[in-house]
Write a protein that binds this ligand. Structure first.
Ligand SMILES: [Zn+2]
Ligand SMILES: [Zn+2]
Length: 199
């Protein structure tokens, strides 16, 4: 069954097609934290230790039926990932590599139907970059090698099938569908350092 996706205000709507391989990841890296702070949604996106829940899958499985004009994208640095979000309400959408040749997206779970995630994307959640988690004790990291292995399978399959040409985040010429806003070093560092607002 298709898995629905929509931003907070429902300006963007769409779905994820069923498919074989996906990885659920809980990422504590500073860049994911900075992305949530950039959008000022850290209270709804990050867990108490700064973790973001992500579902990684082939970008060709993602379809937008409405609101594509609200797609916006930021790069924390000149060479950083493309971090997509809904400009209508600042809901994070997910992270892609800067090229359409590696057709992979890590969807932030706020754009998904959170209750249906375990059913639609089964498997254990890998926990990564725990050294950047906020506070002590740090969560225990596990599952990274499985995540890397699935990443390779997803990319290889999309390359062989030609599905990489069907990413909704890139034009047929391989350009991002929105112009990335690139943060300055200063902006990035201040977002990485930003203290967590209290709940
Ligand atoms: Zn919205
Ligand atoms: Zn991360």
């Amino acid at each position: 069954m298709d898995h629905p996706l929509s931003c907070e205000c429902k300006g963007i709507q769409g779905h994820v097609r069923p498919g074989a391989v996906a990885s659920r990841v809980l990422c504590y890296c500073k860049d994911c934290q900075a992305f949530a702070r950039f959008l000022q949604v850290e209270d709804t996106v990050l867990n108490v230790q700064g973790g973001t829940h992500i579902v990684q899958l082939a970008a060709s499985r993602v379809f937008f039926s409405q609101g594509k004009e609200h797609l916006a994208v930021v790069r924390l640095s000149e060479h950083g990932l493309l971090r997509w979000y809904a400009s209508c309400c600042n809901t994070p959408i997910g992270n892609t590599l800067p090229t359409s040749q590696l057709p992979f997206i890590g969807l932030v779970d706020n754009i998904l139907n959170q209750a249906a995630i375990p059913k639609d994307f089964p498997g254990k959640t890998a926990v990564v970059h725990t050294q950047s988690a906020i506070g002590q004790p740090k969560p225990e990291a596990h599952g990274l090698s499985g995540t890397m292995w699935r990443f390779l399978r997803i990319v290889a399959k999309a390359r062989m099938s030609g599905a990489y040409k069907r990413s909704p985040f890139f034009t047929d010429e391989g350009k991002p569908v929105a112009t990335p806003k690139v943060l300055t070093d200063e902006q990035r560092e201040s977002l990485k350092q930003a203290p967590r607002s209290s709940r």
